[in-house]
Design a protein around this ligand. Structure first.
Ligand SMILES: *Cc1c(COP(=O)(O)O)cnc(C)c1O
Length: 399
């Protein structure tokens, strides 16, 4: 694959991250819990990683961070912990557009434990319905879980304000910040956010490692029980190479933040302007004012997003249609469904950038995509029946 514009699904591990990790598979293989020098070296590396994350997210103390297996585990841990520490409360407030790592768990809790789940709706730009949010906040709510920014559309939620509102009713406020990390400045000290999830592989760290921030003083109950690792908050021998890589990725993300934001935004805007200029009946979903700088989600009216993605893939261009996490299935996007049910049936194409993205990538997309859209819309000059049928068949084969 020569052109990779699917960085909200996963990113390339930075070579500096890989180099930082390698010794921890070899000479520095110690168990951080061991009482000897080889173990202590691994423990020290983990402390460094914690501090690197602390700096990236503006946590007050390094011990506010626990390492997990990624965004999914962090989200599950936060929600289940809140229900455990506040057994007198039995409601959850979340949004209709969260990642399945939140929504699937909430659905399960609703079915098996009688938990009431408020899924706050969004408008056509993916913005949270603040009146509905306010109305759902009562002293029955154990936890509010609202993402910092949406992974499909890039729409940013006003989490600082939302966390203040949740605090007024004594609910724990958790945010899934997985797609926002490294693309937006985050300073937790200055907010009422109690818990935050992040994941290494979304910002050039390794897969299978992430973190959960738990503000000092917030009651917590471990999800994974066993040994005394991580102050009894997450049992199991730590993934030291992964944690070292996560820390390095955090350090690089902080160094690069301003430059990266400017770069990915310029590429994203170049692509959007080009698409809107070249292709009629095209629109961008997501909040035009508050959106992740690296993400665009585009609806080409009248044609299925999967067919567009499939044909772009044939040109060596990787992007996403619907949710990356459900790619391979032809399930429709719950995010688009919540925003614009009419558009949801056909879907949207998501392009997401990283600092490895290049201007040539954008130009290549702009060169091939008008032809693809015209063919699929059946207006290609030479596409009498035969050509069109061939495309339809290949699109179906992609599913
Ligand atoms: C990718 C993603 C996750 C899942 O993170 P993993 O580390 O892959 O488990 C959770 N939430 C959002 C918003 C994501 O984009």
């Amino acid at each position: 694959m020569s052109i990779y514009l699917d960085n909200n699904a996963t990113t390339r591990v930075d070579s500096e991250v890989l180099q930082a990790m390698l010794p921890f598979f070899a000479d520095q293989f110690g168990n951080p819990s061991s009482m000897h020098d080889i173990g202590a070296a691994a423990g020290a590396a983990m402390k460094t990683a914690r501090q690197q994350l602390q700096a990236l997210i503006g946590a007050k103390f390094d011990h506010e961070i626990i390492f997990t297996s990624g965004g999914t585990e962090s989200n599950n841990t936060a929600i289940l912990s809140a229900l455990d520490v506040m057994p007198e409360r039995s409601e959850i407030v979340t949004s209709a557009v969260e990642h399945p790592a939140v929504l699937t768990l909430c659905g399960h809790l609703e079915k098996t434990r009688g938990i009431k789940v408020h899924r706050i709706p969004v408008d056509q730009h993916g913005r949270l319905d603040l009146d509905a949010y306010r109305a759902a906040l009562t002293h029955r709510v154990a936890i509010v879980s609202i993402m910092w920014a949406n992974n499909e559309t890039g729409t940013i939620f006003p989490v600082a304000r939302l966390s203040e509102m949740a605090k007024n009713v004594g609910a724990i406020f958790h945010t899934d910040a997985v797609p926002a990390i490294g693309k937006l400045p985050v300073d937790l000290k200055s907010t009422a956010i109690d818990m935050l999830s992040l994941s290494g592989h979304k910002f050039h760290g390794p897969k299978g490692v992430g973190a959960l921030y738990i503000k000092s003083g917030v009651p917590f109950h471990a999800l994974i029980m066993g040994g005394h690792q991580q102050r009894n908050r997450r049992a199991g021998t730590e993934n030291t190479p992964g944690i070292v890589g996560l820390g390095k990725a955090a350090e690089l993300a902080l160094w690069r933040m301003d430059e990266e934001i400017t770069w990915v935004k310029s590429l994203r805007d170049r692509l959007e302007e080009g698409l809107l200029k070249r292709i009629p009946k095209t629109f961008v979903t997501g909040d035009p004012l508050a959106r992740l700088p690296n993400t665009t989600n585009v609806v080409f009216e009248g044609i299925g997003s999967e067919a567009v993605q499939f044909l772009l893939n044939r040109h060596g261009i990787a992007c996403a249609s619907g949710s990356a996490c459900s790619s391979g299935s032809s399930r429709q996007s719950h995010v688009l469904e919540a925003m614009n049910p009419d558009a949801a049936a056909l879907g949207a194409v998501r392009f997401s950038f990283s600092h490895f993205s290049r201007e040539e990538d954008v130009d290549q997309v702009l060169e091939v995509i008008p032809g693809i859209v015209m063919k699929l819309r059946g207006s290609f000059p030479f596409s009498a029946g035969g050509e069109r049928r061939r495309i339809d068949n290949s699109a179906a084969a992609a599913r």
